[in-house]
Design a binder for this molecule. Structure first.
Ligand SMILES: *[C@@H]1O[C@H](CO)[C@@H](O)[C@H](O)[C@H]1NC(C)=O
Length: 298
C-alpha cells in the first residue's frame, strides 16, 4: 500500500509539472549504453552484415569475415537472388542460444528511391499472412511485397531450426531494406509460432508503417532499431506522409556513444528524428555504418 501511495502521489505531482500527453507513461530519460551493452549487439550486427552474402556462402557458413566472427553458427536454409528477392538465411546460434533470421539490405540510392514520396504508398497487410491484424495498420507497400516474397519459406525454415535445436528463441536482423523486411517478419512470425520468444534488431531502418503500425509493434514485439549518426534513411518516408517509427531506437552519436531514445520518433536532438532534421542535413555515407566497427556488407 505504501508503494501504491507513492505512485499515486507522484502521478498527482506530475500532473502539475507535465503536459497531459506525458501522464500516460512515467517519463523516461535518454540513456547511454555501457560498453558491455554495445558489445552484446555485436554478434547480431555481424549476422545482419552477413545478410549481404550469397546464399551458397551463408548455407556453408563460409562467407568470410562476417561468418568467421560468428563461428559455430549452424545454417539451416538460405535463399534469394540479390535482385528480385533480397538474400536471406536462417540458422541457429549456439553462442546466442537463438535461431537467427537475417535479410539482406540494399545500397543507399536504391533504398532512397523506394522511400521517395511517390513510392511511399501504404496498404494493409495480407490477412492470410497476418491474420487478426487490424486494417487500420498500414505499411509501405514495397516493403510489404518484399516480405511476402519470402514469408512462408522463412516460416518453415524457422520451424525446422527451432525443432532441430530445441530452441524457443528467434532473433530477426537486417540492415536498411533488410531491417524493414525484418520488422515485418517480426510482426508476421509470432502470429504463426505461439510459445516462441521473438526479438527484432534493425540497423538503419526506414519508417515502415503508420501510427497504428507503430502502436501494434510497441504492444506486440520486442524491437531495437539502431541508427548511425546522420544517416537519413531512418527519417524516410517523412512523418508528414503519415509514417511513424515504433519505439526502441538506439542512436549512435557523432562521439560514438550509443544512446537509447525512449518513445516513438523521439524529436530530441540526441535521437535521429531530431538530429537529422531533413534529408539535406543527413549523410548517405553514415547509412552503412560503422556500427561498433562493423560496416554492413559482405
Ligand atoms: C524523448 O526523450 C525524452 C527524454 O529526454 C522524453 O522525456 C520524451 O518523452 C521523449 N519523447 C517521446 C516522444 O517519447
Amino acid at each position: 500500500m505504501v508503494a501504491l501511495g507513492l505512485i499515486v502521489a507522484s502521478t498527482v505531482l506530475a500532473a502539475y509539472a507535465a503536459p497531459a500527453s506525458q501522464l500516460i507513461q512515467p517519463r523516461q530519460a535518454i540513456t547511454t549504453l555501457t560498453s558491455s551493452q554495445i558489445a552484446a549487439f555485436r554478434p547480431f550486427t555481424l549476422f545482419a552484415s552477413a545478410g549481404y552474402c550469397s546464399p551458397s556462402s551463408t548455407l556453408s557458413w563460409s562467407c568470410g569475415a562476417n561468418c568467421n566472427a560468428n563461428a559455430g553458427f549452424i545454417p539451416v536454409a538460405s535463399g534469394g537472388d540479390g535482385s528480385s528477392v533480397q538474400f536471406w538465411y536462417v540458422g541457429f546460434s549456439p553462442a546466442q542460444s537463438t535461431v537467427i533470421v537475417s535479410h539482406q539490405g540494399t545500397d543507399t540510392g536504391e533504398i532512397q528511391a523506394l522511400l521517395t514520396d511517390a513510392n511511399a504508398i501504404r496498404g494493409t497487410l495480407d490477412s492470410s499472412l497476418f491474420p487478426g491484424v487490424s486494417s487500420s495498420v498500414e505499411v509501405h507497400e514495397g516493403f510489404r511485397n518484399e516480405q511476402a516474397k519470402t514469408a512462408t519459406q522463412i516460416l518453415s525454415a524457422v520451424q525446422s531450426a527451432l525443432a532441430a535445436h530445441g530452441s524457443s528463441h528467434v532473433t530477426i536482423v537486417g540492415h536498411s531494406l533488410g531491417a524493414a523486411i525484418a520488422l515485418l517478419d517480426g510482426v508476421y512470425l509470432p502470429l504463426h509460432l505461439p510459445g516462441v520468444t521473438f526479438r527484432t534488431i534493425g540497423y538503419g531502418m526506414p519508417r515502415v508503417g503508420n501510427q497504428a503500425f507503430a502502436d501494434y509493434v510497441d504492444s506486440h514485439i520486442s524491437l531495437t532499431h539502431i541508427n548511425n549518426k546522420e544517416d537519413f534513411v531512418p527519417i524516410l518516408p517523412g512523418r508528414f506522409l503519415g509514417y511513424h517509427h515504433p519505439s526502441g531506437e538506439v542512436h549512435i552519436q557523432d562521439s560514438g556513444a550509443w544512446d537509447a531514445c525512449p518513445g516513438q520518433d523521439n524529436t530530441s536532438g540526441l535521437c535521429t528524428t531530431g538530429d537529422v532534421g531533413n534529408i539535406f542535413e543527413g549523410s548517405s555515407g553514415d547509412h552503412g555504418g560503422p556500427y561498433d566497427g562493423v560496416t554492413m556488407g559482405c
